[in-house]
Write a protein that binds this ligand. Structure first.
Ligand SMILES: Cc1cc2nc3c(=O)[nH]c(=O)nc-3n(C[C@H](O)[C@H](O)[C@H](O)COP(=O)(O)OP(=O)(O)OC[C@H]3O[C@@H](n4cnc5c(N)ncnc54)[C@H](O)[C@@H]3O)c2cc1C
Length: 406
């Protein structure tokens, strides 16, 4: 596994538990602070549960839903009821989650090489058979394997060396975050402010969040879509700064006392990176552009893609045939294909300030409509039952068939 974030570690845990020899390569020598909103959706909590991990036991904080704000309206929307997923999410600092998952991989029998950066694929007769690594001290080492999992995150240099590319016609997210000390850090609601203004008073098509992380701090961030009409004119860090000032009184923090310098990142969304496999490698998590195109959440998708990849790798290693790897793109398409397509299409429309304003003004008047918005945004649609959210989604899915390349 190249990359020791949630995606790479989850594959390592699953395969090591299956009795396979696994090596995980992580370039950072020590646990790092991955820029993240620290919010774990119910789907992420469910995936973690399947690995035997409870974020609350790790010092995390249970969330019961999202407090949505738009203009002067406010709605508390609980995480949806779903036959499969829990109706609670969690908030947990990423270094804690990432280190715990790597440690679990180690305890499950995987070899974890911290401080080893994969610099290039090792090829043998045209097939990828491992990674060349270098340590901070400059020592190089080739790590050889029958199969390689590309889990090196959003920039995915290793993936690019194997020929993956991001489809530039599809949307990506631009997100930034920082932390503040707050006495409200144990609140059970995540706050999401829709289309928050920048310092010039412009409404930006995106959202700002405050995640109470439960350790005396709140994670404050902003995210917008590349489809936003005026995206190039927005300074993401200044927008975050202004958003923090606007949120400070409500959350009782001092906006001049950031605990972490804000950083700005691109998040590839909605299956925008491919191919997802080669004859001897699979691509998972952000490296595959798996994050949710509705809100940029990607930990649940990282864990889901890891689960699917582990299943086909287990099959390939057990049966001795690499042909099993070919099932991976189909499994991914079955799980996420339609949802990502609808999300990419929606992102195009929601990038228009007029359309986004109309949709939100209407939806914020109705608790049921906003519950539907959260159900769709959290990818908690029910196959077995048809409520309002499923009906709206079905219409959008039908429309998406008319725009197959969007
Ligand atoms: C500001 C921001 C806020 C976000 N908020 C949320 C949120 O609240 N909830 C949510 O679910 N998602 C959120 N996301 C998305 C989420 O962080 C990612 O989708 C998730 O981290 C993907 O996990 P991953 O394992 O695929 O990649 P990563 O977590 O990026 O892990 C990749 C790992 O690979 C390592 N690596 C990279 N290159 C190499 C190399 N060459 N050799 C060895 N190791 C390498 C990196 O050091 C890293 O540890 C947010 C993203 C951003 C930018």
């Amino acid at each position: 596994m190249v990359g020791g974030g949630p995606a790479g570690s989850a594959v390592a845990i699953r395969l090591a538990r299956g009795g396979h020899a696994v090596t995980l390569i992580e370039k950072r020598p020590t646990p790092r602070h991955k820029a993240c909103g620290d919010a774990l959706t119910p789907r992420a909590v469910d995936e973690l549960d399947q690995l035997g991990v409870d974020p609350v036991e790790l010092g995390g904080h249970r969330t019961i839903g999202v407090r949505l704000r738009y203009n002067d309206r406010r709605q508390h929307v609980r995480w949806p009821e779903h036959p499969r997923f829990p109706n609670t999410g969690a908030a947990l600092r990423r270094p804690v989650l990432d280190e715990h998952l790597r440690d679990l991989a180690r305890r499950s029998g995987a070899q974890v090489l911290m401080g080893h950066e994969a610099t290039a694929p090792v090829a043998e007769r045209g097939l990828v058979r491992g990674a060349r690594t270098v340590t901070e001290e400059g020592a190089t080492r080739d790590v050889l394997a029958r199969f390689v999992v590309v889990a090196d995150g959003a920039n995915s240099r290793f993936g690019r060396a194997l020929g993956t590319t991001r489809d530039r016609n599809w949307p990506y997210g631009i997100a930034a975050r920082t932390y503040f000390a707050s006495p409200l850090a144990s609140q059970p609601w995540i706050e999401s402010v829709l289309r928050p203004r920048d310092a010039d008073g412009r409404r930006i098509s995106g959202f700002g969040w405050v995640t109470p992380v439960g350790d005396g701090t709140v994670n404050v961030g902003t995210a917008m879509l590349s489809t936003y009409r005026d995206v190039r004119s927005v300074n993401a860090l200044k927008w975050l700064d202004h958003f923090a000032q606007q949120s400070a009184e409500r959350w009782q923090f001092d906006a001049s006392q950031q605990l972490k310098s804000p950083t700005r990142f691109r998040v590839p969304l909605g299956s925008s990176v491919g191919p997802k496999m080669g004859p001897t490698f699979l691509v998972v998590g952000d490296a595959a552009g798996a994050a949710n195109p509705f809100n940029g959440d990607g930990v649940d998708a990282a864990l889901l893609t890891a689960r699917l990849a582990s299943d086909v790798l287990d099959d390939a290693l057990t049966s001795g045939t690499a042909a099993s790897l070919q099932q991976y793109p189909t499994l991914l398409a079955d799980e996420l294909g339609r949802y990502h397509h609808v999300g990419r299409l929606s992102a195009r429309f929601l990038g228009s300030p007029t359309i986004a304003g109309m949709v939100l003004s209407g939806a914020m008047r109705s608790p049921d409509a906003m519950a539907g918005v959260l159900r769709i945004g959290a990818n908690e649609l029910r196959r077995e039952r048809t409520g309002g959210a499923e009906r709206v989604y079905a219409l959008a899915a039908a429309a998406s068939r008319l725009a197959p390349s969007w």
